[in-house]
Ligand binder design. Structure first.
Ligand SMILES: [Zn+2]
Ligand SMILES: [Zn+2]
Length: 161
């Protein structure tokens, strides 16, 4: 069984340059104006070690460019998700957190106390899912596994749910 529990070990399957050039292709195919902000947000999500939410992304963008507005950030995030550049996970009532789509397939463990997200890969789970789908004569298209936990630190601080 292969279990990787370190965020940094989930490999990206594509370089930032390649992701950005795909963005350029979509933008020109859709006859949209190129936007520095769109590219910056995609780069930010690519390089981030954590799963940022839209408010955090907007705050970082604002720091670099005073003209950046939260509504434009929302619009761009929606665009990037629609065209498969980023994916989001619903963590809690605070909404979606984003990550780059060009990452090795992995699962998430989410702490209900502090919101910490840990990523992991487990080949046995992957095989089991395929087995289940095949046993029902189905083809597995995608999956989305989230484990909601109280992490060790939150247990010690008695943030028990
Ligand atoms: Zn926690
Ligand atoms: Zn992830």
């Amino acid at each position: 069984m292969e279990l990787k529990l370190n965020n940094q070990e989930i490999k990206k399957v594509e370089s930032l340059n390649s992701v950005l050039s795909k963005l350029k292709q979509v933008v020109s195919a859709k006859k949209l104006k190129t936007s520095k902000q769109r590219e910056d947000i995609l780069s930010l999500i690519y390089n981030s070690k954590v799963h940022l939410n839209s408010e955090e992304i907007a705050a970082i963008m604002k720091k670099n460019n005073k003209d950046s507005s939260i509504s434009s950030v929302y619009r761009i995030l929606q665009f990037l998700e629609t065209y498969g550049f980023v994916t989001s996970i619903d963590v809690d009532k605070n909404g979606k957190r984003y990550e780059i789509a060009a990452k090795e397939h992995h699962y998430h463990i989410i702490c209900l106390g502090c919101g910490k997200i840990t990523e992991f890969i487990d080949d046995e789970i992957k095989d089991k899912q395929l087995q289940i789908a095949h046993s029902l004569q189905c083809q597995l298209v995608s999956d989305n596994l989230r484990l909601f936990v109280v992490c060790n630190k939150c247990q010690k601080e008695q943030k028990i749910y």
